[in-house]
Design a protein around this ligand. Structure first.
Ligand code: G16
Length: 540
């Protein structure tokens, strides 16, 4: 390292003394702590981000957020060139430099690391780091510390993108490294146009469904609410009402947000008896997680929760259906190599019933430790990998090679069978790959995907047809098998479903050895109906 460079690092670091007696570590999602002690850590992560950018010769990101944690906390994490989390191999070095006691100790660690990693460090090459922050009051001054860390490495330049959701920054880093437009308008344009495409591809038989086109979203008084206010105006066929936008003086993550709703299972602030039966959703503080919920009645503040496990099942079901249309016998298939390897990834927090359901669908289910960095890595090994934590953090990854195959298939189909069911399935899958964030879990894109899929799946009660004096459901395909598998688990279990002749609901009948067990069977089968037809379709 040249002398001027060493001097610059020493000088810059001497302005950011680390807090005494505190040991920080790059945890599940970067460094997090009370914002008052984070300046030196953020400054050092700025240095580390610049080194990562030099090493990879690519654009890297740095995000200031403490996501679901309380407003007085803050945090910092690095976004790798792929748009994913920092390579785990670099985490121990992040820990070491964050805890170096003096500028000299820091300099010696950096010098050693540059040599070990063979980081091209000539001071000639220039690299760019994209910076974002959430709405926390401490964000601005921490971002300033990050900029000073970055500018203490010759050739590294910081580009401050201001207030962003965490997934927006991940998306932009990925886009930038693919030479695509990496701006907020480009992000909104991509997800809103792919949502519109998906909605246009709704099959005729479900177009007339009576699904409520309104969803009420709790923005956690954070950045997500503010961004959703912009995005909602770019959508058609979906009315989004945003509450807890942060503009009304509410405190970030305080009695609001996905983490609170998922853990406490009660209505967030600003929601209540006026919302009974309405589809609601909650984002977390930096909008990388989402859960849905419904207020069932006004007897308590209890909610019916639709968590990450259920969204995962909905996504898996939809993708599997589209794949089976794409490869169905009799369809003109210009290429035989169409069997995608579809897999799902969960953590130990996943409800066992969701895992059983996914396995019943014939899917490979893999488990990893908590933290999307672990799930993402595994999901990337499939052609289509879907991962979700129960807390609502997840996405769907499409491999580049499978997407190229799909694009080629779609081009050929547009020549031989334009407008066929098979081509529509190809277009739906292509739209999903553009709507859902390929870099990281993203509450805004997940919200739009759930809404688009519900519009495909919520059908009027005629979607269920039966035979044998209404004891066997013939359609939708696969539902009777799922009911049989569930019923087999109950002693003396018997169960059937039928469309009501008077109301727009599917009735569920269940019997078993005791009332309690029969109720539980009815409940499980109602969930099966909901997963095939959209929630709110069944009545026991
Ligand atoms: C972060 C990670 C999530 C993980 C969560 C766990 O969430 O990104 O993948 O589930 O931490 O938190 P803990 O380790 O405290 O249980 P977020 O939304 O805070 O970034």
């Amino acid at each position: 390292m040249k002398e001027e460079q060493s001097l610059l690092l020493l000088q810059s670091s001497s302005l950011f003394a680390p807090p005494e007696g505190v040991k920080l570590s790059y945890g599940t999602a970067g460094f997090r702590a009370d914002a008052s002690i984070l300046k030196s850590t953020v400054h050092r992560v700025g240095i580390l981000t610049a080194l990562r950018s030099l090493k990879t010769r690519s654009v890297v990101g740095l995000m200031i957020t403490a996501s679901h944690n309380k407003v007085t906390d803050n945090g910092v994490k690095i976004v790798d060139p792929s748009g994913g989390m920092l390579s785990q191999e670099w985490e121990p070095f992040a820990d070491q430099i964050a805890n170096a006691e003096t500028p000299e100790a820091l300099l010696s660690l950096i010098t050693e690391f540059i040599e070990k990693e063979k980081i091209p460090f000539d001071g000639v090459q220039t690299v760019e780091i994209l910076l974002g922050r959430d709405t926390r009051p401490s964000g601005e001054s921490l971002l300033e510390a990050a900029k000073q860390g970055i500018s203490s490495i010759f050739g590294a330049m910081a580009l401050d993108l201001g207030v962003l959701t965490t997934p927006q920054l991940h998306w932009m880093v990925r886009a930038r490294n693919k030479s695509m437009a990496a701006t907020e308008p480009a992000y909104f344009e991509q997800i809103s146009s792919s949502f519109r495409c998906l909605v246009e591809l709704i099959p005729n038989e479900t177009k007339s469904n009576k699904m409520d086109n309104r969803v009420v979203v709790d923005g956690a008084d954070g950045v997500g609410g503010e961004k959703l206010e912009v995005l909602k105006n770019m959508l058609t066929g979906l009315v989004i009402e945003v509450r807890n936008t942060g503009k009304g003086g509410g405190l970030l993550n305080d009695g609001v947000g996905a983490d609170y709703v998922q853990k406490e299972k009660v209505v967030p602030r600003g929601f209540g008896s006026n919302d009974i039966g309405i589809r609601c959703a909650s984002l977390d503080g930096d909008a990388d997680r989402i859960v849905y919920f419904m207020v069932p009645d006004n007897s308590s503040s209890r909610i019916d929760l639709v968590d990450g496990d259920k969204m995962l099942c909905l996504f898996a079901l939809f993708i599997k259906e589209q794949l089976s249309i794409l490869t169905k016998e009799g369809n003109q298939n210009p290429n035989n190599n169409s069997q995608a390897r579809l897999g799902v990834v969960q953590t130990a927090y996943a409800n066992g019933a969701s895992t059983d359901f996914l396995k019943q669908l014939g899917l490979e289910v893999i488990f990893t430790p908590t933290g999307v960095k672990h799930l993402h890595e595994k999901a990337a090994q499939f052609d289509i990998g879907i991962y979700f934590e129960a807390n609502g953090h997840g996405t769907i990854l499409f491999s580049e090679s499978w997407l190229s195959w799909l694009e080629a298939m779609n081009n050929e189909l547009s020549l031989v069978s334009e407008g066929s069911e098979q081509q529509k399935a190809a277009l739906r899958l292509l739209s999903v790959s553009k709507l859902i964030n390929q870099a990281v879990g993203d509450a805004l894109s997940s919200l739009l995907l759930v809404e688009a899929i519900l519009r495909h799946k919520v059908v009027d009660r005629t979607a269920v047809t039966t035979t044998n004096a209404e004891t066997i459901a013939v359609s939708p395909p696969g539902i009777q098998e799922a009911i049989d598998a569930e019923t087999a688990k109950y002693p003396k279990g018997r169960c059937f479903i039928r469309p009501s002749g008077t109301e727009d609901v599917i009735r569920v009948y269940a019997e078993a050895s005791t009332q309690e067990v029969a109720d539980s069977l009815a409940d499980s089968v109602a969930k099966i109906v909901d997963s095939f037809l959209g929630f709110g379709s069944s009545e026991q």
